[in-house]
Design a protein around this ligand. Structure first.
Ligand SMILES: C=C1C[C@]23C[C@H]1CC[C@H]2[C@@]12CCC[C@@](C)(C(=O)O1)[C@H]2[C@@H]3C(=O)O
Ligand SMILES: O=C(O)CCC(=O)C(=O)O
Ligand SMILES: [Fe+2]
Length: 380
């Protein structure tokens, strides 16, 4: 079995784009998952499945489902409850057909099925932003590797980015780009609708409502990032993790997961992982840390992770929505909110990522770091 790590590739093949990237700590070459008969030590996670407990008996572990088919207003109460109690939910009746979603997923599958050298042309580059084929920098810091391949890109860059993978810009390239553009257009439109629903749920909607100005500003400047995940089937799924537990850092994320389940949400008291069903045509919404801050803690971000499967490859396509890099995200405090003052410091997305990065490996969460202590609260 061949194990490719940054240390084993870089000295021997200095011309490989992956090696060059790895030298700069930007991307690591992936292990060759295809046909792996056992899990190498580099990918073994100990104690990963400790919190795998039986679902609580009272039906409380059924992931909330929000159905938009009866109109957005009718679903606002369900959105509010799910965002407050779970920080995540299944979204159905959203108008994007299961067939359209399956088409996009099929294109992602074709990208990952390309020969390793083709994908390597798209490797993350130093100074290339959060873009390219490879492990996002934050995840590179874990001592163990995850059982996944990933490709990250901002939608406006689709055509340029994938010329790296398909330099001939043939039919495969065009089919892939069109599918991703279609996914972008659908998710962006849905993102704006859901944003409006979130604001209604907060009691802040409407142009002359207290949040009207903010809502418009957020809607008009929303940025998006697509991250394609491929979790190959694994000979020993209990030893590995597809994607380690994390919260998303932006506002909120749509996740298209293939009918193969694997996404789990963390629930508390007792701590346990709840598997999100692979409902065809459903999208999963997870609340991110900056939305937690914006709503002053009323909606909360949710820890989630992806586990892998012995029989089938699994694809997920998170679509991250967030503010532009220069926007200070400031808690919205209104009469209806349980807190009468902001309990979080205003932060930009990059500032928040830097805090989270610094705290990596500690038990301190980045959100708690920017939480305003009650004493300070009284003084201000
Ligand atoms: C727009 C985003 C959102 C990012 C960073 C950037 C691109 C890649 C995203 C992820 C994907 C994997 C988990 C995560 C935690 C990671 O390390 O990279 C995500 C992160 C975040 O939500 O913070
Ligand atoms: O694979 C999934 O369902 C979730 C992916 C995810 O959480 C992420 O990429 O941030
Ligand atoms: Fe995530």
């Amino acid at each position: 079995m061949q194990i490719m790590t940054s240390s084993s590739t870089s000295p021997t093949s200095p011309t490989s784009p992956l090696a060059a990237a790895a030298d700069n700590g930007v991307a690591a070459a992936y292990f060759n998952f295809r046909g792996a008969e056992r899990v190498p030590e580099s990918h073994v996670w100990k104690g990963m499945h400790e919190k795998d407990t039986a679902p609580v008996a009272d039906g409380g572990d059924a992931v909330p489902v929000v159905d938009m088919s009866g109109g957005d207003d009718a679903a606002v109460a369900a959105v509010a409850r799910a965002a407050e109690e779970w920080g995540g939910f299944l979204l159905v009746g959203h108008g994007v057909t299961a067939e359209a979603l399956a088409r996009v997923e099929a294109q992602a599958a074709r990208l990952f099925a390309l020969p390793a050298d083709d994908k390597a042309r798209g490797a993350r580059r130093p100074g290339g932003g959060n873009t390219g084929y490879g492990v996002p920098p934050y995840l590179l810091r874990y001592p163990k590797q995850m059982w996944a391949e990933g490709y990250t890109f901002p939608p406006p860059a689709i055509r340029d980015e994938f010329r790296r993978v398909w330099p001939d810009a043939g039919d495969d390239y065009h089919r892939f780009c069109s599918a991703m553009e279609e996914y972008d257009a659908s998710m962006r439109a849905l993102g704006e609708r859901l944003l409006a629903m979130f604001f209604k749920a907060l009691g802040l909607a409407g142009d002359d409502a207290p949040g009207g100005e903010t809502e418009r500003k957020i809607r008009d400047t929303l940025t998006s990032t697509i991250h394609l995940n491929m979790f190959p089937r694994c000979p020993d799924p209990d030893q590995v993790v597809g994607l380690a537990a994390h919260t998303d850092s932006g506002f909120f994320t749509f996740i298209l997961q293939s009918p193969v389940p694997g996404l789990q949400l963390l629930r508390h008291r007792p701590d346990r992982w709840v598997t999100v069903p692979g409902t065809p045509g459903a999208l999963i919404v997870v609340v991110g840390d900056l939305f937690h801050v914006l709503t002053n803690g009323r909606f909360h971000s949710v820890f989630h992770r992806a586990v892998v499967n012995r029989e089938r490859d699994r694809i997920s396509m998170p679509y991250f929505l967030g503010p532009p890099a220069n926007m200070k995200v400031t808690p919205l405090v209104t009469a209806g909110s349980p807190e009468s003052k902001a309990v979080y410091q205003a932060v930009t997305w990059p500032e928040y990522m830097a805090i989270r990065d610094k705290l990596f490996g500690t038990n301190i969460s980045a959100l708690s770091m920017i939480r305003i202590a009650k004493e300070e609260d009284k003084e201000s």
